[in-house]
Design a protein around this ligand. Structure first.
Ligand code: DC
Length: 234
């Protein structure tokens, strides 16, 4: 496989995108870009600068003067990926961007049109020279509408919450399962109903429902599809 190619994996929160994307990229020997981590990085920096992001869940958020501060932060943040790690202004922030404070506020930040424009340019720039796999919400629809391979990864809400619950438990964090279900539903709702680049399946994406599939099964399916070229959009 010599020609440069792009793989897009989109889907809702907790469908296993990043775990699967990392493994597929490794198998194919191409770079992996976690675009959700980029929106998380901007959210993290806004919180660090003391911006109260709660206004983003209000209907008239666009008229709030804090929006321009957030856009400024997005413009002035350097984001790099080294291997599977994210560096924000040259510092590794893998853990910080996954805090519950960032998780709660990231959907709000990702609604801002100008923030999205900056992130999309960066995503196209990072992948200009080499084959890449990107995961997110709008990769197959907006960032790379002509991606060579597109997948839409889903799973039932209860299964997504169960996986997240187990992940947190492994880290020694015990949370209320029902609150997790509510949090995932709320993020789905925000991501699917926002005005700019809402989460939606590209018409030419292959849908993979992972509710009853193991990680390995999903990885094998995607890798096989790519290697056989059967899902190629030409
Ligand atoms: O995949 P994740 O949970 O790390 O994503 C965090 C948030 O970023 C998610 O709530 C929606 C947003 N996001 C987005 O709007 N567009 C993307 N391409 C990736 C993520």
């Amino acid at each position: 496989m010599e020609k440069k190619f792009i793989i897009a994996i989109d889907g809702p929160a907790g469908a296993g995108k990043s775990t699967i994307a990392k493994l597929v990229a490794k198998k194919l020997g191409i770079i992996y870009i976690d675009t959700g981590a980029m929106y998380r990085a901007i959210t993290y920096k806004c919180l660090l600068s003391g911006i109260d992001l709660r206004f983003l869940s209000e209907d008239d958020y666009e008229s709030n003067s804090l929006i321009s501060d957030i856009i400024e932060i997005a413009k002035n943040t350097e984001i790099n990926f080294y291997g599977d790690s994210i560096y924000v202004d040259e510092k590794n922030k893998d853990d910080e961007i996954r805090s519950s404070e960032v998780t709660k506020n990231v959907s709000g930040v990702s609604k801002i049109k100008e923030v999205r424009e900056i992130m999309v340019l960066l995503q196209r720039d990072i992948t200009q020279k080499s084959s890449a796999l990107l995961d997110g919400r709008d990769i197959g629809t907006v960032v790379f509408p002509n991606a060579d391979y597109k997948f839409f990864l889903t799973a039932e809400v209860s299964e997504r919450a169960r996986r997240r619950y187990n992940q947190l438990l492994e880290k020694g964090i015990e949370v209320d399962f029902d609150s997790l279900v509510d949090e995932i539903r709320a993020r789905d709702e925000q991501d699917m109903n926002r005005k700019v680049s809402p989460l939606k399946k590209a018409s030419d994406a292959i849908e993979v429902d992972s509710t009853n599939m193991s990680i390995q099964e999903v990885v094998d399916f995607i890798t096989k599809t790519v290697l056989e070229g059967s899902g190629r959009n030409v």
